[in-house]
Design a protein around this ligand. Structure first.
Ligand code: ADP
Length: 317
């Protein structure tokens, strides 16, 4: 071969090319000399010693093992995906079938609560109250399971629209202030200097905001403060909800987005389901946004999420 040129692409191979060319020139080859690259097995230059053969055999065996392991891993991955799909379908169907009878229990107990008020003993009313609140809790749980299983099997279609985020933010805060007022919790807010628009599913983003603010209220003491911020940063809109509540340990911060992970199973403001944050995370992922949490036990938590913003049409035209 004249003027040997090794056409190698990766940086690692370039390194190899250099080593080879140096070795060739050290062996007395000059540019333009003929030379052949001969596989070690077929090399006539040096004898194939037992040691060389041993290492070659070992390498071939390891290579085969690796290829087999890769094949098994790929097969197991496909099996796991199929199992996850079956599980999602099963959970979704079971939850769906439970939803209707639960709805009946809920509305009948609600009816009895109003109809029998002041006609029955307080202990009996307590029983009806318990049936009602338990059915409300179970409906929340089932709705959460249905939402999550639909998301995990990729069946959630976003109904995207160009939305004024400032308006969505203010409307949501006004509704949540009613709930906060009941606990003497003050919600303050700051917004961006210009209107931010994004292509979003407004119902789902409202659900995320509601979850974060409802959690801030749920895990705060009466009389404390909650701050909500909306601002733009690096062509993203960022929503933050900061509370002065019980806070979350670093270990739990890593797990609160897992379905059914609850730090405390019960709290002052109602039973915890442990699905809200997991659903919220899925919704933000589907919008190509991101989620952040900062928290210190006993001091409070800040939950933020970001969404890509659309260009301002008034400026571009
Ligand atoms: P839920 O509130 O129904 O339990 P979430 O998925 O919304 O479900 O929250 C998961 C867990 O994260 C909660 O059980 C709670 O322990 C913790 N958590 C969420 N938000 C806060 C917060 N603002 N302050 C303290 N803990 C929180």
């Amino acid at each position: 071969m004249k003027n040997p040129q090794l056409l190698l692409e990766s940086p690692r191979l370039e390194e190899l090319q250099e080593i080879l060319l140096t070795a060739l020139s050290e062996a007395g080859f000059k540019p333009g000399d003929d030379f052949h690259i001969i596989p070690l097995e077929a090399s006539t230059d040096g004898p194939l010693t037992d040691e060389k053969r041993f290492y070659l055999d070992e390498m071939a065996k390891l290579n085969n093992d690796l290829a087999n392991m890769q094949r098994t891993l790929a097969k197991t991955n496909v099996e796991l995906e199929n199992l996850a799909e079956i599980r999602n379908r099963f959970v979704g169907m079971a939850a769906h079938d439970l939803r209707n009878p639960l709805g009946i229990i809920r509305s009948f107990s609600e009816y009895l609560k109003t109809e029998l008020k002041s006609k029955i003993a307080s202990e009996q009313m307590e029983i009806i109250d318990t049936i009602f609140s338990t059915s409300v809790f179970m409906q929340r749980l089932i709705d959460g399971i249905l939402d999550l299983s639909a998301m995990q099997s990729g069946k959630v279609s976003l109904s995207l629209q160009r939305v004024d985020l400032n308006e969505l933010f203010i409307k949501n805060l006004n509704l949540n202030r009613i709930l906060a007022n009941q606990h003497n919790i003050e919600i303050s807010c700051t917004g961006p200097s210009k209107i931010l628009y994004a292509e979003i599913d407004a119902t789902k983003i409202n659900q995320v905001l509601n979850n974060l603010i409802a959690n801030a209220i749920k895990y705060s003491n009466d009389g404390s403060k909650i701050e909500c911020h909306l601002y733009d940063e690096d062509r993203k809109a960022v929503f933050c909800v900061k509370d002065e509540g019980i806070g979350i340990s670093p270990e739990d911060q890593r797990r609160i987005f897992e379905p059914f992970h609850r730090v405390s199973s019960d709290n002052k403001r109602g039973k915890s389901v442990g699905l809200g944050l997991s659903i919220a995370h899925n919704i933000i992922d589907a919008h190509k946004g991101s989620f952040m949490v900062q928290s210190e036990e006993g001091k409070g938590s800040t939950f933020c999420f970001s969404l890509p913003i659309s260009p301002d049409k008034s400026q571009s035209s």
